[in-house]
Design a protein around this ligand. Sequence first.
Ligand code: ADP
Ligand code: 5GP
Length: 200
Amino acid sequence: MARVFVITGPSGVGKGTLIRGLMERHRELQLSVSATTRAPRPGERDGVDYHFLDREEFERRVDAGEFVEHADYAGRSYGTLRSELEGRVRAGAPVVLEIEVQGARQVRSSVPDAVQVFIAPPSLQALRTRLIGRGTDDPEEVERRLRVAAEELEAQPEFAHVVVNDRLQDALEQLTAVVADELEGRGTTLEAQPGKATTK
Ligand code: ADP
Ligand code: 5GP
């Protein structure tokens, strides 16, 4: 059966970096391209990094039921289009969603057997350093994202798998192990092992 992998966690924690590494190791994985109302960053391409939509078009698609999940994040809307997910799942391809926590919760209801991994920072200070170091967000946006992050971190116990991205290489090994186990049918779930909140 095709698997859906949800990679969540606060902005700047390293989700994108880890997913790039993961996809090099598991070339069968396909990344769902999300829709957003935020403006493209320099170098981002429409249809590749995101489907960039204006608010009216995003709302129209919400009303038309075109999203599997959608959420407001730091004043912008983000969502996973059914068209990104369903064709790939039907074709049997394992799909990766890189989404924030509210979206992950919605997927938990609509795709209960999706494998959800929360990526946690070693500290809020490390998160701040990474967000500043990435250089994509102005200081006000960095602070907005850090405020959201403090709330998102409280959601950590909801997730069957938590990977702390301290040393990148270690985190990548852990994430790859979770995905490999699931793809090979050896995965565990929160239900299977109550109270377990870390990766094996
Ligand atoms: P996200 O996709 O979660 O917003 P990114 O993958 O863009 O995060 O990473 C944010 C920044 O942190 C990037 O500049 C990235 O190179 C850096 N980074 C990622 N993982 C680590 C790590 N383990 N240690 C230090 N810096 C990291
Ligand atoms: P960014 O603006 O940095 O690209 O993304 C901001 C946040 O939105 C990140 O935490 C990212 O994971 C999340 N995000 C990206 N795409 C989606 C999506 O389709 N749905 C949801 N719920 N969140 C998303």
